[in-house]
Design a protein around this ligand. Structure first.
Ligand code: ATP
Length: 299
């Protein structure tokens, strides 16, 4: 396995007058979970399809597992796994039969038992596809993506439509893939998913990467001012601190020095017998950063 799983320089792709990907650079290390985020129409699918070898680029260098995906050699295809948003699976085959069918397409498939256990379908092995729940079918989609024992797995919105507990099961499954040394390239619209899973995130807007880095520091999050929020009880006086906003008794303070501000605030509250109801201290969330970077697209 190369140290760099994906290397992209100056990638461009237009559809007629529409510039879908306008010169992006990307680098994904082997063994990393990398998430590509962006609003609808930003260029994610176009980028991923080029990386998978399913779409030709207009310009730029693309190296995936030491190969040019555009050449689409059999060797390259056997080293990547692709999980699309929905796979039309044979409804009357059982889980085991579907996985076996796809294992048969690859030279060095992952053992059946290992695939079934990785995706958590042990209890459904002999169930027909049509009797699986939506979440179980999605896990079977992932099982198919794993059939050839790929080094690099592309996951397109892996948990769309899942209930919260099914999402957490899927997240654990993706962490399990990473612990096996697989590289995972993920697209998602869920910021909590990117935060929970990704080592690094890139945000694409209008075909250009506008931010890239670990989710905890993206867009200057780590250095951003801290927000302190609470409610004042009715009739309470106001703390002697600069308040950023106050509506319906809710108080917002944005401070670059939370240690001092919290000290001033809680000292005042204790001295005056005031409860700071629902006190919260937070940094901007990944979603806050995402929305500020993509605002033009969404509005
Ligand atoms: P979504 O989140 O909605 O799936 P995306 O980020 O995956 O969006 P793309 O599907 O890559 O975005 O589309 C990028 C731009 O290219 C959009 O403006 C889209 O309309 C356009 N586009 C995509 N595929 C084609 C095509 N086959 N022909 C013409 N235009 C296309």
């Amino acid at each position: 396995m190369p140290e760099t799983a994906i290397q992209v320089r100056g990638l461009r792709k237009s559809y007629g007058a529409v510039s879908a990907v306008a010169g992006i650079d990307l680098s994904v290390c082997a063994g990393e979970v990398f998430a590509l985020l962006g609003p609808n129409g930003a260029g994610k699918t176009t980028t991923v399809e080029i990386l998978e070898g399913h779409r030709r680029r207009d310009a730029g260098e693309v190296v995936v597992l030491d190969a040019d995906p555009e050449l689409g050699t059999r060797g390259f295809r056997s080293r990547i796994g692709i999980v699309l948003q929905s796979t039309g699976l044979q409804p009357y085959l059982t889980v085991d039969e579907v996985i076996e069918l796809f294992r048969g397409y690859y030279p060095n498939p992952l053992p059946l038992d290992e695939i079934v256990s990785l995706v958590g379908l042990e209890e459904k092995r002999h169930e027909r596809v049509l009797r699986l729940s939506g979440g179980q079918q999605r896990r079977l989609d992932v099982a198919i993506g794993l059939a050839g024992n790929p080094e690099l797995l592309f996951l397109d919105e892996p948990t769309t439509g899942f209930d919260p507990s099914a999402r957490h099961v899927a997240w654990n499954m993706i962490r399990g893939l990473q612990s096996l040394g697989k590289t995972v390239f993920l697209t998602t619209h869920y910021m909590d998913e990117a935060q929970a899973l990704a080592d690094r995130v890139a945000i694409i807007v209008d075909g250009a990467i506008v931010a890239e880095g670990p989710p905890g520091t993206l867009g200057g999050r780590a250095d951003a001012a801290t927000r302190i929020r609470f409610h004042l009880p009715p009739g309470s006086s106001r703390p002697p601190i600069q308040l950023t906003a106050q509506t319906d008794g809710s108080v917002d303070i944005v401070t670059p020095d939370p240690t001092q501000t919290l000290y001033d605030l809680t000292s005042w509250a204790l001295a005056n017998g005031v409860s700071l109801l629902g006190l919260e201290v937070s940094k901007p969330s990944l979603e806050d950063v995402y929305l500020s970077l993509t605002r033009r697209e969404i509005s």
